[in-house]
Design a protein around this ligand. Structure first.
Ligand code: SF4
Length: 470
């Protein structure tokens, strides 16, 4: 007998589609109505039989939960330079408790993919942002720009749910370094070399400001005729409601220039917003990076990384970040809140890679050398290529809270088994536009949630569970 359809929110990309219907038969997902080509193979066939509790581990050996919490609390209470990392897939509720723990032990806390988040956050601090909900874009947008991103591949339902549905006569402009599925869907395709992206953004802004420009210099700087760019600027200004979508690195150019590109996009959109309604939005990444960032900002005033070591929140991008401290070995204990979801390209069932929002927009560019390729920090700190790793007996102790099937589980000083959000654990995630949505568990788990472990740790190290700021 087929089971009842269960409402489900997919967390495999930033669309956070909350209209899926899951049907379970004989403890296996038999149907995932509404799932796209990325989600379907990961959901259909997923084993949702109740999971038995996994054993905790201390120094590589099985231990009771009480002994493991006691050992973890001892490490954290003695730590002088602790880190709290991961959380790219944590629920908002878990993130709040992680901030409370970081506050209690004076840790630096940082979300998993801080490397791609810093340019966005710093640009927003300097230039602000003009945003909207995706629902508003769906209802009102009549000009939509996709800048250096390919949602048709990385966010397959973005078009039907938000950006290309609803408004009659909507014009779509795709700007990219080459043809993609998205550029083929656009009404206008403008090709731009990654090293000319900034020039193009600044030229468009100058045109919107009606500044006189030298046609020869425009061609040299952007690779396009002034007349073609004037047409584009006219289209943008002629919108009743325009929406500018971009990926995590705001284009295809070098990651080190992502902040400059973000600022240039914001400056252009702000210029357009003087004449009409225009907004800029990210596509959003898999998991809950926006929710966790939001919790950090709400609780400490900073995001995506905060140092609470001085007894008050401080944030120095690139200086006091947890990733930098890991590279320097400047830590003596780490709490990693992770799971198979904590890689932007991993799957809930540990299956094949899925397309990442960062892929194809520079995630694997040769000029970036050994940068994290936009992947969250947590797996890298445990499986480094040359970077110091806090493994047993080699420096800092570390506590892993996450899926016991992860490789990291057997390597941690203390390992506490937790369910996977969206599979074993319910809670709330935030979409790229800041809208909070419920995510639902698909199976019963004998393991506590990451949040429950954090509460136990807080209690064990003699803390209540206060917020940094209430
Ligand atoms: S578009 Fe993204 S969130 Fe929606 S079903 Fe596909 S992978 Fe899941």
């Amino acid at each position: 007998m087929p089971g009842d359809a269960l409402p489900y929110t997919c967390t495999l990309c930033g669309c956070l589609c909350d209209d899926l219907e899951i049907r379970v038969e004989s403890d296996v997902v038999a149907e995932a109505k509404g799932a796209c080509a990325i989600a379907r193979p990961r959901l259909v066939g997923l084993d949702v039989a109740p999971r038995a509790a996994a054993a905790c581990r201390v120094d590589g050996r099985e231990a009771t939960a009480d002994k493991a919490v006691e050992a973890a609390a001892r490490i954290l209470a003695a730590a002088r330079a602790p880190l709290v990392l991961g959380m790219a897939r944590s629920t908002n509720e878990t993130a709040r408790l992680a901030v409370a723990l970081a506050d209690r032990i004076g840790a630096t806390i940082e979300t998993g993919d801080a490397e791609s988040a810093w340019p966005r956050v710093v640009a927003m601090q300097r230039y602000g942002s003009i945003g909207a909900t995706l629902g508003e874009v769906k209802a009102r947008g009549d000009v939509v720009v996709f800048w250096g991103c390919d949602p048709a591949t990385t966010h397959p339902r973005h078009f039907e749910r938000y950006s290309l549905v609803g408004s009659e006569g909507r014009r779509t402009i795709a700007i990219d370094e080459g043809e993609t599925e998205t550029t083929r869907r656009g009404d206008v395709f403008l090709k731009v070399r990654p090293d000319q992206e900034l020039n193009l953004l600044q030229t468009l802004r100058a045109l919107v400001r009606e500044a006189p420009l030298d046609p020869h210099r425009v061609v040299a700087a952007t690779g396009h005729d002034l007349a073609a760019l004037q047409d584009l600027a006219e289209t943008l200004q002629g919108a009743s409601y325009g929406a500018w979508f971009q990926g995590a690195l705001a284009g295809r150019g070098p990651a080190r220039l992502a902040e400059a590109r973000r600022q240039a996009v914001t400056a252009l959109v702000r210029e357009l917003a003087r004449k009409t309604r225009f907004v800029a939005l990210g596509l959003g990444e898999a998991g809950n990076p926006h929710g966790v960032e939001g919790v950090l900002a709400w609780q400490t005033g900073f995001t995506p990384g905060v140092d609470l070591g001085a007894g008050f929140p401080e944030s120095w991008p690139g200086e006091s970040s947890a990733a930098e401290r890991l590279k320097r070995g400047a830590f003596d204990a780490a709490v990693v809140i992770a799971g198979p979801f904590d890689s932007a390209r991993s799957t809930p069932d540990g299956g094949e890679d899925v397309p990442s929002p960062l892929e194809g927009e520079g995630g694997r560019r040769p000029d970036e050398g050994s940068r994290s390729q936009g992947l969250p920090v947590a797996p890298l700190l445990i499986r480094p290529s040359g970077a110091p790793s806090p493994s047993r007996g080699e420096g800092g102790s570390w506590i892993f809270i996450g899926d016991p099937e992860c490789d990291e589980y057997a390597r941690a000083t203390v390992a506490l088994p937790a369910g996977v959000p969206g599979i074993d654990e319910s809670g709330t995630y935030a979409r790229a536009d800041g809208v909070s949505l419920p995510i639902r568990a698909l199976r019963a788990s004998g393991n506590p949630t990451a949040g429950e472990w954090l509460e136990r740790l807080l209690t064990a190290i003699g803390a209540a569970t206060p917020c940094v700021r209430s």
